[in-house]
Design a protein around this ligand. Sequence first.
Ligand SMILES: *Cc1c(COP(=O)(O)O)cnc(C)c1O
Length: 273
Amino acid sequence: MVSYMEHKDLAQTVIDEAREREIADNVHRTLERLAKAVEESGREPGDVQLLAATKTQNVGEIMAAIRAGIRLIGENRPQEVVAKIDGVRAACADMGLTVGLAQPEDGTDGEPDIPLHLIGQLQSNKINKILPHTNVIESVDSVALAQKIARRAIARHMVAHVLLEVNESGESSKSGCEADEARDIAGEICACEGVQLVGLMTVGAHVDDEARIRQGFMHLRELRDELVGSGETGTQYCTELSMGMSGDAHIAIEEGSTQVRLGRAIFGERLFV
Ligand SMILES: *Cc1c(COP(=O)(O)O)cnc(C)c1O
């Protein structure tokens, strides 16, 4: 599944000029479109964050996006985080920017200039690999996984910020918990020491029918509103809605997304999935 990692050197820092320009143009166009979509849906500038989904992109390609204005990145696979994080941190340090979870040697524990999220599936044996680097784990899909993250976070004297991923489309190929179990799972995660549930995440239905895609996004927003409104301990932090990708971001923004995750719009079609 990750065989592309054997073919592409993800730590590569040098890219050619044409690729640099392609990514810069894409970022600028994407930021403009995003601003327009936010305005057209009657929301305020800054309501919707743009996360660049950097899977299969090397350090040089990620830096091109950052130079063009990207300020939030998301990786799918723990192995990719490990392969690239040192290179991205070093290149960003040259620009005076911090990336990912603060390191002890930084002497700060505030928000970095460029937060790093994990947006792909997480196996429990990889938790310790990514905890020192990621600001948010968006792909928590069970109480059991949240508890494992919590135990490891407590051992590191930290609280891990997580999103609950919900399979709103019901498609069997999709990760995430089942939609009708999400309320209970979210409630349990909120009560769990060592993690803080900061929102919900979903991947839109893979269909042409806009109404069906929209339905999933609406349901996620209703769930978020219900959680925050419940007043239960811990639910007050559950504010983020990570929804919308290159093909359906405009719908997600209309339905209240606070963070869209775009890969192809920024980097072009992927050579590897
Ligand atoms: C790849 C990926 C994205 C970005 O998808 P694009 O269609 O390339 O915009 C967003 N979220 C997740 C979880 C992904 O795996």
